[in-house]
Design a protein around this ligand. Structure first.
Ligand code: GCU
Length: 619
């Protein structure tokens, strides 16, 4: 019975990629932060719709379009009794922002909050113009109404989406109402158990974008990626997708600084593929994070659409156990980072948060960051592009996910598409990760292998990875035989010798048997409360954390295929599962820096190792 159920699920999962190839994904406009938009950030009215959230969900679980979405005002003094809510007199929340750190009563709230604001549409969009509401991210499920008409629904707390509002807008004053439900779900991604704070709300920028009838919604401009890296190659390739454009629509690609001016033409699918040789090119790298102004233009006169993006060109690939950047072997000296705002706490959502995080990475002498465990604010990748920091980007398939459900696979593919689509033109992003610490069983392996192949289909120019904690440790022998590793180009190895398992010194004698692929030590570390001091084996002290690092270095330097290190984690972060008073107080304390910016002893040990390049080798 169990065997036949397993066979059936595996068969269904094997089918999943084909089934999903047909699925149309939510509209997503690429390069929004490089378009002229009407910014809708600011103070939005809000109302809390506590479980079972009757204003949002009808008795049979449908979405209630007749509730708060109508944005009516109560007849207080006279007239028939009507809806008992009123956004116009309700308090406000700042957007972008999580609600948890803005309103003390909502600190631990994981439910439905309704947002509302008015906005003006002036001047009246020219005939044939289209308008979209762009939402950078909303955690977790969101339903959007404009002028009382539902325009879209979205699931996923860490990727952007767009809702077409052309038909519902009118000149003058309009209103938008968004219900955001942060309730965790078994069949969600992530599922119910997470080790980070489930900040809810409209956590990233919201804007109104107007574009011509046929417009550029997606593009890919990269250095040609043949079977082997071609030193000196200046060949650029890719495509520009013009949504709803008739076949034969011309698109121009201009990169003045690289001497590129070329034209491509759309096919029936709206895609205009191109290949062009640049006169000269400085390739992007941490040492020289060169970005070029790339202008894409289509349409004529008042139906002209143009976007100028800042794009770097580089080649990243795996060669045996080496990772090559522009043909040269590299070592990734990094750290993990959650989207926890330094000092002020809460979800990262502004330039200052990002600047502080990148100053920490700079101080650490890092050239790499693993953005765990979900796509973070696009400002992070933009800063990485500018500062020359390479990025591991991941979708939140964290530990236990409903791998046996094709509908959950569909959600994973949608999130993967949204992540790749938003950041495919970011030179800093060198790795796509499809999961973290998932259980080693056939259903999970089939699911994730399909997903890794989907990532390769979407973007054949970047290696695919995942963080695995399925290594078997017996005595001082560590062996990774997880079949999912076969589907990966780069292996992420998570282990906590010296903290969750064994003593720090045990690392010294560890012998690892790992796949003949590049390996990144994607998590290791220990907890320490900043300012808590003691002997090297006094857990929770800076000395013990530092001691764990020192012994990890001994072990990691013995792994011949080690090509990167991202200890867990750059900065302490909030987590609902970390509740030892006076030590954790709701924070995971494995940071090298405390949430209020204090650098712990281990920070300086790693800083020195990255400066002296004494941890790991490029080949
Ligand atoms: C895991 C996991 C992290 C978690 C960390 C920890 O490896 O990937 O999300 O926070 O360990 O336990 O601190």
């Amino acid at each position: 019975m169990i065997r036949s159920a397993l066979r059936l699920t595996l068969a269904l999962l094997a089918l999943a990629p084909a089934v999903l190839a047909q699925t149309s994904f939510q509209t997503l406009l690429v390069g929004i932060d490089h378009r002229t938009v009407t910014n809708l950030d600011g103070d939005w009215h809000y109302l809390v719709d506590q479980s079972p959230a009757p204003a949002l969900y009808t008795g049979n679980g449908q979405i209630n379009d007749r509730g708060y979405a109508q944005n009516t005002h109560p007849n207080i003094s006279n007239g028939p009794h009507n809806g008992e809510y009123d956004f116009s007199t309700a308090p406000t929340l700042h957007v972008p922002g999580d609600w948890n750190t803005q309103v003390p009563q909502l600190f631990n709230y994981e439910g439905v909050v309704w947002y509302q604001r008015d906005f003006d549409v002036q001047p009246i969009p020219k005939p044939g113009t289209r308008a979209f509401l762009h939402i950078g991210a909303a955690n977790y499920r969101s339903h959007v109404w404009v002028n009382a008409k539902r325009v879209c629904d979205h699931e996923g707390g860490y990727t952007p989406f767009d809702c077409e509002v052309t038909s519902v807008l009118h000149p003058g004053s309009n209103f938008v109402v968004i219900a955001v439900d942060a309730t965790r779900m078994i069949d969600g991604i992530p599922s119910v158990g997470i080790d980070w704070f489930n900040y809810g709300g409209l956590t990233r920028d919201v804007s109104l974008v107007t574009v011509p009838a046929a417009f550029i919604d997606d593009y890919d401009v990269h250095l040609a990626h043949g079977p082997a890296f071609q030193p000196g190659s200046t060949e650029l390739t890719g495509y520009i997708h013009v949504l709803d454009a008739p076949a034969g629509t011309p698109v121009t690609i201009d990169i003045p600084e690289a001497g590129v001016h070329t034209t491509a033409t759309t096919g029936a699918d709206g895609r205009a593929p191109f290949d062009v040789k640049a006169a000269s090119l400085t390739l992007w790298s941490p040492e020289s994070p060169k970005l070029y102004k790339v202008t894409l233009t289509t349409g004529t006169a008042d139906q002209r659409d143009s976007i100028t993006d800042d794009i770097g060109f580089r080649d990243i690939r795996v060669d045996g156990t080496r990772i090559l950047l522009n043909g040269k072997p590299i070592f990734l000296s990094g750290a993990n980072m959650h989207a926890e705002a330094p000092i002020r706490g809460g979800r990262v959502d502004n330039d200052q948060d990002v600047a502080t995080i990148f100053s920490y990475l700079k101080d650490l002498n890092a050239n790499f960051v693993r953005l765990a465990h979900y796509p973070q604010d696009e400002r992070m990748e933009r800063a990485a592009d500018r500062d020359g920091i390479m990025v591991w980007s991941e979708i939140p398939l964290w530990q236990h996910i409903s791998f046996d459900k094709p509908e959950v696979y569909a959600k994973a593919v949608a999130m993967l598409n949204e992540m790749v689509r938003r950041d495919r033109n970011k030179a800093s992003v060198i790795l796509w990760s499809v999961s973290n610490e998932t259980p080693n069983n056939p259903i999970r392996t089939q699911f994730l292998t399909n997903l890794a192949n989907e990532a390769r289909r979407l973007d054949p120019t970047r290696p695919i990875t995942s963080a695995l904690n399925t290594a078997h440790i017996e005595g001082s022998a560590g062996t990774l035989t997880d079949p999912f590793a076969n589907a990966l180009d780069v292996i992420g190895l998570n282990q906590y010798i010296g903290w969750y398992t064994g003593q720090p010194e045990d690392a010294d004698t560890m012998q690892w048997t790992l796949p003949q692929k590049p390996v990144i030590a994607s998590e290791f570390g220990a907890e320490a409360k900043a300012g808590n001091h003691g002997a090297v084996n006094d857990r929770w002290t800076e000395e013990q954390q530092n001691y764990v690092y020192q012994h990890q270095f001994v072990m990691l330097n013995k792994i011949p295929q080690l090509r990167g290190t991202t200890p867990w984690i750059l900065m302490d972060f909030r987590s609902p599962t970390r509740n030892i008073p006076k030590l954790q107080d709701g924070y995971n304390r494995k940071g090298l820096i405390s949430e209020d910016g204090k650098k712990k002893a281990a920070f300086f040990t790693l800083q020195q190792a990255y400066k002296d390049h004494t941890l790991g080798k490029p080949e």
